[in-house]
Design a protein around this ligand. Sequence first.
Ligand code: FES
Ligand SMILES: [Fe+2]
Length: 329
Amino acid sequence: MAHRELENDRLPIPNGWFAVAFSRDLRAGDVQPLRYFGQELVLFRTRAGQARVLDPFCPHLGAHLGHGGRVMGETLRCPFHGWQFDGESGACTQIPYCERIPPRARVRVWEVQEKNGFVWVWHHIENKPPEWDFPALPEFEDDAWSEPRTFDIVMEAHVQETHENNNDPAHFQFVHGAPQVLPTETHFSPDSTHYRIVSDYTSPQLGGEMTLQLVRDSWGLGLSSVRTEGLPGAGLLMFSSTTPVDEDHVHSRWLFTSTMNMVDLAGEEFMKGLTTGVLQDIPIWKNKVHRARPVLCEADTHIAEYRRWVRQFYSTPASEAAPGKGASA
Ligand code: FES
Ligand SMILES: [Fe+2]
């Protein structure tokens, strides 16, 4: 008899940039407790407008800075005894009832950036600094493109599995009701965190029988965009980030924008098409196991390429990276 636990090859939480909020949902002075990567965090925006992420447990007596903490200028003030922690350095800068600040009064600071409408943090299992970056997409800065619509969802899945969907043209026919497997080309550059997949499709709503291209870019595990190309003077763009909540859950956030001339005609359908799509994937992800060594057929080349690409986002287990280290006590 098959047991899901025994059949499942567990995947660790990968390294990389992951979105933890939509930028528009975090105003100056806002404080939000977060839980990602199996850890508690606190996110806040300083009065000068910087998004900051800290480890949330106060080094004093352990209060959670995300529950009742308050932004004071560029610092976050603990709700319990008012110690203030600088968002940039994590150092305690003030104890309201004591002159001398203990040198160990600091909290860990996470690397943060804001781009493409999201607040991002760098997660690395060995606490290494950022090793790669991704571009700002010009559509989000361009007045000819609409104010983005948003969608987000928490799912029982692993980010490697949700991202693998992009490289699995065959499932579009069986899960998403595509009339056929779309002709698809993948463009990988060796050792790059970016790759592109281009599929041809004909859309009855968009331009009659014209053949359009669906261009899917990935810049790391969980970061991807989908663009339509081939419509003269018009375009649609979806940009998303899928963030590990823990080993078994992810939080996906999506932004949709289109050229202003398309917004009424197709903006809604494009968004609905993609969000309905993800709802169709959910029962598969929720109930499947991860196969570290899947049995693939000849037509599954994109999946095989993807499995090679994802390896760069995991740290080698410490025992393999440093042979003999720690074993000689
Ligand atoms: S627990 Fe944070 S100031 Fe005391
Ligand atoms: Fe899918």
